[in-house]
Design a protein around this ligand. Structure first.
Ligand SMILES: C[S@@+](CC[C@H](N)C(=O)[O-])C[C@H]1O[C@@H](n2cnc3c(N)ncnc32)[C@H](O)[C@@H]1O
Length: 411
Protein backbone atom coordinates (compact mmCIF):
# COMPACT_ATOMS: atom_id res chain seq x y z
CA UNK A 1 0.00 0.00 0.00
CA UNK A 2 2.80 2.41 0.90
CA UNK A 3 4.50 1.77 -2.46
CA UNK A 4 1.27 2.46 -4.34
CA UNK A 5 0.94 5.63 -2.26
CA UNK A 6 4.50 6.67 -3.11
CA UNK A 7 3.75 6.11 -6.79
CA UNK A 8 0.66 8.32 -6.53
CA UNK A 9 2.81 11.05 -4.97
CA UNK A 10 5.48 10.78 -7.67
CA UNK A 11 2.86 11.02 -10.39
CA UNK A 12 1.35 14.04 -8.59
CA UNK A 13 4.74 15.77 -8.61
CA UNK A 14 5.07 15.02 -12.33
CA UNK A 15 1.67 16.71 -12.73
CA UNK A 16 2.86 19.77 -10.83
CA UNK A 17 1.55 19.15 -7.28
CA UNK A 18 3.90 19.41 -4.32
CA UNK A 19 4.28 16.51 -1.88
CA UNK A 20 2.79 18.56 0.95
CA UNK A 21 -0.24 19.54 -1.13
CA UNK A 22 -0.96 15.87 -1.80
CA UNK A 23 -1.57 14.74 1.79
CA UNK A 24 -5.26 14.20 0.96
CA UNK A 25 -4.38 11.79 -1.88
CA UNK A 26 -3.31 9.14 0.65
CA UNK A 27 -6.32 9.36 2.95
CA UNK A 28 -7.24 5.71 2.34
CA UNK A 29 -3.89 4.54 3.80
CA UNK A 30 -3.13 3.97 7.48
CA UNK A 31 -1.09 6.76 9.12
CA UNK A 32 2.03 4.57 9.13
CA UNK A 33 1.60 3.70 5.42
CA UNK A 34 1.06 7.39 4.64
CA UNK A 35 4.31 8.23 6.44
CA UNK A 36 6.16 5.40 4.66
CA UNK A 37 4.76 6.45 1.26
CA UNK A 38 5.93 10.02 1.90
CA UNK A 39 9.41 8.85 2.88
CA UNK A 40 9.69 6.55 -0.17
CA UNK A 41 8.55 9.26 -2.58
CA UNK A 42 10.90 11.85 -1.04
CA UNK A 43 13.86 9.46 -1.11
CA UNK A 44 13.12 8.63 -4.75
CA UNK A 45 13.01 12.34 -5.65
CA UNK A 46 16.36 12.84 -3.89
CA UNK A 47 17.94 10.16 -6.10
CA UNK A 48 16.10 10.47 -9.42
CA UNK A 49 19.23 11.16 -11.45
CA UNK A 50 21.15 8.21 -10.00
CA UNK A 51 18.17 5.88 -10.38
CA UNK A 52 17.68 6.93 -14.00
CA UNK A 53 21.35 6.40 -14.81
CA UNK A 54 21.31 2.87 -13.34
CA UNK A 55 17.99 1.97 -15.01
CA UNK A 56 19.26 3.29 -18.38
CA UNK A 57 22.01 0.64 -18.23
CA UNK A 58 19.43 -2.15 -18.36
CA UNK A 59 16.44 -0.92 -20.42
CA UNK A 60 16.32 -0.98 -24.19
CA UNK A 61 13.19 1.09 -24.77
CA UNK A 62 12.05 4.17 -22.86
CA UNK A 63 9.30 3.06 -20.46
CA UNK A 64 6.02 4.97 -20.03
CA UNK A 65 6.19 7.67 -17.31
CA UNK A 66 4.24 5.46 -14.90
CA UNK A 67 6.47 2.43 -15.44
CA UNK A 68 9.52 4.69 -15.20
CA UNK A 69 8.31 5.81 -11.75
CA UNK A 70 7.84 2.17 -10.66
CA UNK A 71 11.41 1.40 -11.77
CA UNK A 72 12.80 4.49 -10.01
CA UNK A 73 10.97 3.75 -6.79
CA UNK A 74 12.16 0.14 -6.73
CA UNK A 75 15.73 1.10 -7.68
CA UNK A 76 15.95 3.55 -4.80
CA UNK A 77 14.43 1.01 -2.44
CA UNK A 78 16.96 -1.60 -3.55
CA UNK A 79 20.13 0.44 -3.79
CA UNK A 80 19.61 3.33 -1.41
CA UNK A 81 17.36 1.87 1.27
CA UNK A 82 18.74 -1.67 1.18
CA UNK A 83 15.36 -3.31 0.48
CA UNK A 84 15.35 -7.11 0.04
CA UNK A 85 15.45 -7.88 -3.70
CA UNK A 86 12.71 -10.50 -3.69
CA UNK A 87 10.10 -8.33 -1.97
CA UNK A 88 10.93 -5.10 -3.81
CA UNK A 89 10.98 -6.72 -7.28
CA UNK A 90 7.72 -8.63 -6.68
CA UNK A 91 6.00 -5.50 -5.42
CA UNK A 92 7.19 -3.51 -8.45
CA UNK A 93 5.98 -6.21 -10.84
CA UNK A 94 2.56 -6.23 -9.14
CA UNK A 95 2.35 -2.44 -9.35
CA UNK A 96 3.26 -2.66 -13.06
CA UNK A 97 0.59 -5.31 -13.71
CA UNK A 98 -1.95 -2.98 -12.11
CA UNK A 99 -0.98 -0.12 -14.42
CA UNK A 100 -3.38 -0.88 -17.31
CA UNK A 101 -2.67 -2.72 -20.56
CA UNK A 102 0.70 -1.10 -21.14
CA UNK A 103 1.68 -1.97 -17.60
CA UNK A 104 0.77 -5.62 -18.09
CA UNK A 105 2.90 -5.70 -21.20
CA UNK A 106 5.82 -4.17 -19.28
CA UNK A 107 5.71 -6.50 -16.25
CA UNK A 108 8.28 -8.93 -17.69
CA UNK A 109 10.65 -6.10 -18.55
CA UNK A 110 10.31 -4.58 -15.04
CA UNK A 111 11.06 -7.97 -13.49
CA UNK A 112 14.16 -8.51 -15.66
CA UNK A 113 15.49 -4.96 -15.25
CA UNK A 114 15.05 -4.86 -11.48
CA UNK A 115 16.75 -8.22 -11.01
CA UNK A 116 19.80 -6.72 -12.73
CA UNK A 117 19.44 -3.46 -10.78
CA UNK A 118 19.46 -5.43 -7.52
CA UNK A 119 22.94 -6.73 -8.46
CA UNK A 120 24.20 -3.31 -9.57
CA UNK A 121 27.49 -2.13 -8.08
CA UNK A 122 28.77 1.40 -7.68
CA UNK A 123 25.58 3.16 -6.50
CA UNK A 124 27.32 4.86 -3.58
CA UNK A 125 29.98 6.28 -5.90
CA UNK A 126 27.51 8.01 -8.23
CA UNK A 127 27.76 11.83 -8.04
CA UNK A 128 24.98 13.59 -6.15
CA UNK A 129 21.93 14.71 -8.08
CA UNK A 130 22.52 18.12 -9.63
CA UNK A 131 20.34 21.14 -9.07
CA UNK A 132 18.31 22.15 -12.12
CA UNK A 133 20.06 24.71 -14.34
CA UNK A 134 17.86 27.65 -13.31
CA UNK A 135 19.11 27.21 -9.75
CA UNK A 136 22.55 25.68 -10.31
CA UNK A 137 23.81 28.62 -12.35
CA UNK A 138 23.31 31.29 -9.67
CA UNK A 139 24.41 28.89 -6.91
CA UNK A 140 27.69 28.09 -8.74
CA UNK A 141 28.19 31.79 -9.51
CA UNK A 142 27.74 32.64 -5.80
CA UNK A 143 29.42 29.82 -3.91
CA UNK A 144 31.63 28.12 -6.53
CA UNK A 145 31.61 24.60 -7.94
CA UNK A 146 32.93 22.72 -4.91
CA UNK A 147 30.44 24.32 -2.52
CA UNK A 148 27.64 23.66 -5.00
CA UNK A 149 28.55 19.98 -5.07
CA UNK A 150 28.61 19.95 -1.27
CA UNK A 151 25.15 21.59 -1.23
CA UNK A 152 23.89 18.99 -3.71
CA UNK A 153 25.31 16.20 -1.54
CA UNK A 154 23.58 17.73 1.51
CA UNK A 155 20.27 17.78 -0.38
CA UNK A 156 20.46 14.02 -0.75
CA UNK A 157 20.48 13.37 2.97
CA UNK A 158 17.08 13.58 4.61
CA UNK A 159 16.94 16.40 7.16
CA UNK A 160 17.04 15.43 10.84
CA UNK A 161 14.26 16.68 13.11
CA UNK A 162 15.11 19.84 15.05
CA UNK A 163 13.12 21.15 17.98
CA UNK A 164 13.12 24.59 19.56
CA UNK A 165 12.55 24.25 23.30
CA UNK A 166 10.67 26.72 25.42
CA UNK A 167 13.00 28.49 27.87
CA UNK A 168 13.89 26.29 30.89
CA UNK A 169 12.69 23.07 29.18
CA UNK A 170 14.93 20.04 29.69
CA UNK A 171 16.35 18.40 26.54
CA UNK A 172 14.66 15.19 25.37
CA UNK A 173 16.57 11.98 25.92
CA UNK A 174 18.60 10.93 22.89
CA UNK A 175 18.64 14.40 21.35
CA UNK A 176 21.79 16.40 20.57
CA UNK A 177 21.87 20.00 21.73
CA UNK A 178 23.29 21.95 18.78
CA UNK A 179 25.75 24.83 19.28
CA UNK A 180 23.00 27.32 18.37
CA UNK A 181 20.64 25.90 21.01
CA UNK A 182 18.20 23.75 18.97
CA UNK A 183 17.72 20.09 19.90
CA UNK A 184 18.38 17.60 17.09
CA UNK A 185 16.78 14.14 16.87
CA UNK A 186 17.98 11.54 14.38
CA UNK A 187 15.99 8.79 12.67
CA UNK A 188 12.27 8.65 11.91
CA UNK A 189 10.19 9.78 14.88
CA UNK A 190 6.49 10.28 15.41
CA UNK A 191 6.44 13.89 16.54
CA UNK A 192 3.11 13.73 18.38
CA UNK A 193 4.34 10.74 20.43
CA UNK A 194 7.44 12.54 21.78
CA UNK A 195 7.42 13.62 25.43
CA UNK A 196 6.48 17.27 25.76
CA UNK A 197 4.36 17.43 22.59
CA UNK A 198 1.00 17.43 24.36
CA UNK A 199 2.25 19.91 26.96
CA UNK A 200 3.70 22.22 24.30
CA UNK A 201 7.25 22.25 25.66
CA UNK A 202 8.76 22.57 22.18
CA UNK A 203 7.97 22.88 18.50
CA UNK A 204 9.52 21.53 15.31
CA UNK A 205 11.81 24.09 13.68
CA UNK A 206 15.00 23.61 11.68
CA UNK A 207 18.11 24.89 13.47
CA UNK A 208 18.66 27.49 10.72
CA UNK A 209 15.04 28.65 10.86
CA UNK A 210 15.42 29.28 14.59
CA UNK A 211 18.26 31.79 14.05
CA UNK A 212 16.38 34.90 12.78
CA UNK A 213 14.60 35.30 16.14
CA UNK A 214 17.87 34.72 18.02
CA UNK A 215 19.35 37.52 15.88
CA UNK A 216 16.38 39.76 16.70
CA UNK A 217 16.94 39.05 20.44
CA UNK A 218 13.36 39.71 21.64
CA UNK A 219 13.05 41.15 25.15
CA UNK A 220 10.16 40.58 27.60
CA UNK A 221 7.41 43.14 27.12
CA UNK A 222 8.73 44.48 23.81
CA UNK A 223 6.13 45.18 21.12
CA UNK A 224 7.13 42.98 18.18
CA UNK A 225 5.43 42.51 14.80
CA UNK A 226 5.94 39.22 12.95
CA UNK A 227 4.95 40.32 9.44
CA UNK A 228 4.84 36.96 7.61
CA UNK A 229 4.05 34.69 10.50
CA UNK A 230 2.47 31.42 9.36
CA UNK A 231 2.80 28.59 10.26
CA UNK A 232 4.31 30.30 13.28
CA UNK A 233 7.62 28.76 14.39
CA UNK A 234 9.12 32.21 14.84
CA UNK A 235 5.94 33.63 16.41
CA UNK A 236 6.27 30.92 19.07
CA UNK A 237 9.89 31.89 19.74
CA UNK A 238 8.95 35.57 20.08
CA UNK A 239 6.02 34.81 22.38
CA UNK A 240 8.09 32.37 24.46
CA UNK A 241 10.63 35.16 25.03
CA UNK A 242 7.84 37.19 26.67
CA UNK A 243 7.40 39.71 23.86
CA UNK A 244 4.05 41.32 23.11
CA UNK A 245 3.63 39.80 19.63
CA UNK A 246 1.37 40.71 16.73
CA UNK A 247 1.50 37.97 14.09
CA UNK A 248 0.40 39.04 10.61
CA UNK A 249 -0.11 36.84 7.59
CA UNK A 250 -1.98 37.35 4.33
CA UNK A 251 -3.44 33.84 4.54
CA UNK A 252 -6.27 33.34 7.05
CA UNK A 253 -6.01 29.61 6.41
CA UNK A 254 -2.32 29.52 7.29
CA UNK A 255 -2.87 31.75 10.34
CA UNK A 256 -5.08 28.98 11.77
CA UNK A 257 -1.91 26.92 12.05
CA UNK A 258 -0.31 29.72 14.06
CA UNK A 259 -3.35 29.75 16.38
CA UNK A 260 -3.18 25.95 16.84
CA UNK A 261 0.56 26.08 17.56
CA UNK A 262 0.14 28.89 20.08
CA UNK A 263 -2.65 27.01 21.85
CA UNK A 264 -0.63 23.78 22.06
CA UNK A 265 2.34 25.66 23.50
CA UNK A 266 0.26 27.78 25.92
CA UNK A 267 1.58 30.97 24.35
CA UNK A 268 -0.26 34.07 23.17
CA UNK A 269 0.00 36.51 20.28
CA UNK A 270 -2.44 38.80 18.54
CA UNK A 271 -3.26 37.35 15.11
CA UNK A 272 -4.08 39.62 12.18
CA UNK A 273 -4.99 38.54 8.67
CA UNK A 274 -3.58 41.31 6.47
CA UNK A 275 -1.24 42.16 3.66
CA UNK A 276 2.02 43.09 5.35
CA UNK A 277 2.47 45.85 2.76
CA UNK A 278 -0.67 47.57 4.00
CA UNK A 279 -0.71 46.79 7.74
CA UNK A 280 -0.12 49.90 9.87
CA UNK A 281 -0.19 49.49 13.65
CA UNK A 282 -1.47 52.29 15.91
CA UNK A 283 1.68 52.07 18.03
CA UNK A 284 5.01 51.62 16.23
CA UNK A 285 6.65 48.25 17.06
CA UNK A 286 9.98 48.17 18.92
CA UNK A 287 11.11 45.41 16.57
CA UNK A 288 9.89 43.68 13.42
CA UNK A 289 10.59 40.21 12.10
CA UNK A 290 10.21 39.98 8.33
CA UNK A 291 10.51 36.31 7.34
CA UNK A 292 9.61 37.15 3.78
CA UNK A 293 8.04 34.96 1.10
CA UNK A 294 10.89 33.63 -1.06
CA UNK A 295 12.00 30.89 -3.47
CA UNK A 296 12.44 28.48 -0.50
CA UNK A 297 15.53 27.12 -2.28
CA UNK A 298 17.20 26.65 1.11
CA UNK A 299 14.69 23.95 2.05
CA UNK A 300 15.33 21.38 -0.71
CA UNK A 301 16.48 18.80 1.87
CA UNK A 302 12.92 18.80 3.21
CA UNK A 303 11.21 19.53 -0.10
CA UNK A 304 13.00 17.42 -2.74
CA UNK A 305 10.08 18.07 -5.10
CA UNK A 306 10.88 21.81 -5.26
CA UNK A 307 13.53 21.65 -8.02
CA UNK A 308 11.07 19.74 -10.22
CA UNK A 309 8.10 21.99 -9.56
CA UNK A 310 9.74 25.38 -10.09
CA UNK A 311 11.60 26.98 -12.97
CA UNK A 312 12.81 30.14 -11.30
CA UNK A 313 10.43 32.37 -13.25
CA UNK A 314 8.74 33.70 -10.10
CA UNK A 315 11.94 34.87 -8.43
CA UNK A 316 12.13 38.47 -9.80
CA UNK A 317 8.59 39.13 -8.48
CA UNK A 318 9.55 37.71 -5.08
CA UNK A 319 12.67 39.89 -4.96
CA UNK A 320 10.55 42.99 -5.74
CA UNK A 321 7.99 42.00 -3.08
CA UNK A 322 10.73 41.50 -0.47
CA UNK A 323 12.16 44.98 -1.22
CA UNK A 324 8.71 46.58 -0.84
CA UNK A 325 8.20 44.68 2.41
CA UNK A 326 11.54 45.92 3.80
CA UNK A 327 10.62 49.52 2.88
CA UNK A 328 7.18 49.23 4.49
CA UNK A 329 8.57 47.53 7.60
CA UNK A 330 11.11 50.35 8.08
CA UNK A 331 8.33 52.92 7.64
CA UNK A 332 6.21 51.46 10.48
CA UNK A 333 9.10 50.57 12.84
CA UNK A 334 9.69 52.81 15.87
CA UNK A 335 12.70 55.15 15.55
CA UNK A 336 15.72 53.29 16.91
CA UNK A 337 13.92 49.97 16.39
CA UNK A 338 15.36 46.85 14.80
CA UNK A 339 14.20 44.87 11.79
CA UNK A 340 15.33 41.33 11.05
CA UNK A 341 14.94 40.39 7.40
CA UNK A 342 15.17 36.65 6.67
CA UNK A 343 14.60 34.29 3.75
CA UNK A 344 15.02 30.51 3.45
CA UNK A 345 16.75 31.00 0.10
CA UNK A 346 20.17 30.13 -1.32
CA UNK A 347 20.04 33.05 -3.72
CA UNK A 348 21.88 36.29 -2.89
CA UNK A 349 19.20 38.30 -4.72
CA UNK A 350 16.88 37.28 -1.87
CA UNK A 351 19.51 37.89 0.81
CA UNK A 352 22.83 39.71 0.62
CA UNK A 353 21.87 41.84 -2.42
CA UNK A 354 18.51 42.66 -0.87
CA UNK A 355 20.22 44.11 2.21
CA UNK A 356 22.83 46.03 0.19
CA UNK A 357 20.00 47.60 -1.85
CA UNK A 358 17.97 48.41 1.29
CA UNK A 359 20.96 50.20 2.85
CA UNK A 360 21.38 52.25 -0.33
CA UNK A 361 17.66 53.20 -0.30
CA UNK A 362 17.62 54.07 3.43
CA UNK A 363 20.54 56.27 4.46
CA UNK A 364 21.02 56.11 8.23
CA UNK A 365 19.86 52.51 8.55
CA UNK A 366 22.71 50.29 9.77
CA UNK A 367 23.35 46.56 10.02
CA UNK A 368 24.12 45.06 13.43
CA UNK A 369 26.01 41.81 13.77
CA UNK A 370 25.92 40.57 17.35
CA UNK A 371 27.96 37.47 18.14
CA UNK A 372 25.54 34.55 18.49
CA UNK A 373 26.30 31.14 20.03
CA UNK A 374 27.13 28.54 17.40
CA UNK A 375 27.46 30.99 14.52
CA UNK A 376 30.81 30.55 12.78
CA UNK A 377 32.38 33.97 12.00
CA UNK A 378 32.91 32.66 8.45
CA UNK A 379 29.13 32.68 8.00
CA UNK A 380 28.95 36.48 8.43
CA UNK A 381 28.61 38.20 5.06
CA UNK A 382 30.35 41.44 4.00
CA UNK A 383 27.02 43.29 4.54
CA UNK A 384 26.93 42.02 8.14
CA UNK A 385 24.20 39.42 7.59
CA UNK A 386 24.38 35.69 8.35
CA UNK A 387 24.46 33.19 5.48
CA UNK A 388 23.55 29.61 6.41
CA UNK A 389 23.88 26.75 3.92
CA UNK A 390 22.75 23.11 3.75
CA UNK A 391 26.39 21.94 3.52
CA UNK A 392 27.29 23.52 6.87
CA UNK A 393 27.57 21.15 9.86
CA UNK A 394 27.95 18.09 7.58
CA UNK A 395 29.02 15.93 10.54
CA UNK A 396 25.91 16.96 12.49
CA UNK A 397 23.38 16.48 9.69
CA UNK A 398 23.34 19.89 7.97
CA UNK A 399 20.89 22.75 8.22
CA UNK A 400 18.50 24.59 5.93
CA UNK A 401 19.79 27.37 3.71
CA UNK A 402 18.90 30.78 5.15
CA UNK A 403 19.93 34.41 5.03
CA UNK A 404 19.22 36.93 7.77
CA UNK A 405 20.31 40.42 8.70
CA UNK A 406 19.43 42.79 11.55
CA UNK A 407 18.85 46.40 10.55
CA UNK A 408 18.68 49.33 13.00
CA UNK A 409 16.48 52.32 12.12
CA UNK A 410 18.03 55.65 13.16
CA UNK A 411 16.64 57.03 16.45
C1 LIG B 1 8.43 31.98 4.78
S1 LIG B 1 6.77 31.88 5.22
C2 LIG B 1 6.82 32.38 6.90
C3 LIG B 1 7.24 31.31 7.86
C4 LIG B 1 7.01 31.72 9.30
N1 LIG B 1 7.65 32.98 9.63
C5 LIG B 1 7.46 30.67 10.28
O1 LIG B 1 8.52 30.80 10.89
O2 LIG B 1 6.73 29.70 10.48
C6 LIG B 1 6.11 33.27 4.42
C7 LIG B 1 4.69 33.63 4.81
O3 LIG B 1 4.40 34.89 4.21
C8 LIG B 1 3.02 34.96 3.96
N2 LIG B 1 2.82 36.07 3.02
C9 LIG B 1 3.04 36.09 1.68
N3 LIG B 1 2.75 37.32 1.19
C10 LIG B 1 2.36 38.08 2.25
C11 LIG B 1 1.94 39.42 2.38
N4 LIG B 1 1.87 40.26 1.33
N5 LIG B 1 1.60 39.87 3.61
C12 LIG B 1 1.65 39.05 4.68
N6 LIG B 1 2.03 37.76 4.61
C13 LIG B 1 2.40 37.29 3.41
C14 LIG B 1 2.69 33.57 3.44
O4 LIG B 1 1.31 33.30 3.61
C15 LIG B 1 3.59 32.69 4.33
O5 LIG B 1 2.85 32.20 5.42
Amino acid sequence: MARQGALTLLQGVRDGASLSDQAGALKALSPSDQARAGRLAAETLRHLAQADSVIATYVNRKPTPQVADILRLATVELLQLGGAAHGVVDAAVNLTRGAGKRGQAAAGMVNAVLRKVSQHEGWAELPPQRLPDWLRKPVVATYGRDATKAIEAAHQAAAPLDLTLKPATAALEGGDTLPTGSLRLHGPVQVSALPGFATGDWWVQDAAAAMPVRLLAPQPGERIADLCAAPGGKTLQLAAAGANVTAIDISAHRLKRVAENLTRCNLTAELVTADALEWRPEIAPDAILLDAPCSATGTIRRHPDLPLLRDGSGIPDLVALQASMIDHALSILAPGGRLVFATCSLLPDEGEAQIAAALARHPGVTVETPALPGIDPAWITPEGGIRLRPDYWPERGGMDGFFMARLRKPA
